[in-house]
Design a protein around this ligand. Structure first.
Ligand SMILES: Cc1cc2nc3c(=O)[nH]c(=O)nc-3n(C[C@H](O)[C@H](O)[C@H](O)COP(=O)(O)OP(=O)(O)OC[C@H]3O[C@@H](n4cnc5c(N)ncnc54)[C@H](O)[C@@H]3O)c2cc1C
Length: 391
């Protein structure tokens, strides 16, 4: 496949930092997105339709938990390859990256905390897309502060009785199972695998949203829900056991938002080379060139940072705080790049003829999703001062 077939800003030759396998994954996913996502995604976003026909297709290219061992349905790719996959999927649309990400968070949680029986029972089905998972931590009254969650459980004879609810949960309305968190006796946290047909378990869809329009988001509701004993994943008094599950999701957002920025830059570069005003292509004007240079500069800095984060993940050396910094930087960078891109396109920038406004809308959720900019700032602030500013 010829490299120049691809749109891809690479001013600092970061491509040379990736190995052959990583580039193969990236290029294959990029082609897959062009073939399967680009032709339909604008209509899906406009009509608020989740493209469920892509579930099985995404599974076929290792889109679900690809970094896990093959014994559990994974493709044994490294984290950098997984990151490049997120970059390309979100370049298509956040809904598609979310589809892969949520499934992968659920799988990673079961893989890292579950028993061998739980892994063998659920992971291959999640990997193949036979079942869809959701991950329920946030609640209506506790988003940034999940340690104060109200969902609670108590142990009964043969089952756990769980009450409460979860809010803003990706794939809640369509999930076959949910990994959910609740508080138990002595301030312990319990993680549970909840199957769709569990007594007392229902879901609801959030209908009116202007972001992640092609994604299903909703609530998980537990009303005297009876979770069989064998579906307990973990019981812990350390909140970090919950927070660490978010690492793979935040890593995915860091890469995904880089993909959005790359797409917005490419579209602006092409549009400005074709659009004429005052008798010349607009890319010949200094103010437009400055915009293009500003976009490329920010993308280039993020490409180097994100590559480095992938390497740290592959060496199992990436800290929670380093992942926070990449999530925070890349979301902010992509917001700025997308807005500049929209201005380069003038009025066309707000239409569905181009992906820019859709990405801008998605970025509004990404500022909040997987931890807000403020919370990541406080996480890093605590790391460098040793003082938690969260009281
Ligand atoms: C589209 C979408 C999908 C999502 N998917 C999932 C999912 O699959 N699973 C899941 O568990 N969650 C999910 N979430 C929830 C997400 O993680 C939360 O929205 C996020 O953690 C913020 O919580 P909140 O919305 O309740 O905002 P709040 O916590 O109420 O925060 C409101 C504002 O206050 C700020 N703030 C809060 N505390 C402080 C402080 N100490 N200092 C300074 N500022 C502060 C925040 O930064 C924010 O700006 C999703 C969210 C969205 C929007």
């Amino acid at each position: 496949m010829k490299k120049d077939n691809f749109r891809s800003p690479d001013f600092y030759s970061t491509d040379t930092l990736f190995n052959e396998e990583q580039l193969l994954v990236r290029d294959a996913v990029r082609e897959w997105v062009k073939e399967n996502v680009s032709p339909i995604i604008e209509d899906c976003a406009l009509s608020g339709k989740f493209p469920d026909h892509l579930i099985k297709k995404l599974a076929e290219i290792g889109g679900f938990g690809g970094f896990l061992p093959s014994k559990y349905g994974g493709a044994e790719i490294d984290y950098t390859s997984y990151g490049l996959m997120m970059q390309e999927l979100e370049r298509g649309d956040s809904a598609i990256r979310v589809l892969s990400s949520v499934q992968s968070i659920v799988m990673n949680t079961i893989y890292s905390l579950g028993s061998e029986d739980q892994k063998l029972n659920y992971l291959p089905k999640l990997a193949s897309g036979e079942i869809i998972g959701s991950f329920g931590m946030s609640e209506p009254s506790h988003g940034s502060d999940p340690s104060s969650m109200m969902s609670h459980y108590e142990e009964k004879d043969g089952y756990y009785l769980v009450n409460g609810s979860k809010m803003w949960i990706g794939h809640a309305p369509i999930c076959d199972l949910a990994v959910v968190w609740a508080k138990g006796p002595s301030n312990k946290f319990g993680g549970f695998i909840v199957e769709r047909n569990t007594e007392g378990f229902t879901t609801a869809k959030i209908e009116k949203k202007w972001s992640f329009r092609a994604s299903e988001t909703g609530e998980l509701i537990f009303q005297n829900m009876k979770v069989p004993k064998e579906n307990l994943l973990v019981e812990t008094d350390n909140i970090k056991d919950l927070f660490n599950r978010l690492n793979i999701g935040r890593f995915g957002v860091a890469w995904g938002t880089l993909g959005i920025a790359m797409e917005c830059y490419d579209v602006a570069l092409k549009y400005s080379s074709e659009r004429k005003q005052f008798g010349n292509n607009i890319n010949s004007y200094q103010l437009i060139q400055k915009k293009l240079v500003d976009m490329l500069t920010e993308i280039t800095k993020s490409q180097v940072l994100t590559w480095r984060l992938g390497l740290l993940m592959d060496k199992d050396e990436a800290s929670f705080e380093q992942i926070s910094m990449a999530k925070k930087i890349n979301v902010k960078m992509a917001c700025e790049v997308a807005k500049i891109s929209r201005s380069v396109l003038g009025g066309m920038g707000i239409t569905g003829e181009y992906p820019i406004m859709r990405h801008i809308n998605n970025l509004e959720a990404l500022v909040t999703y997987q931890g807000t900019d403020e919370i990541h700032t406080l996480i890093i602030g605590k790391k460098i001062t040793g003082i938690s500013a969260i009281k």
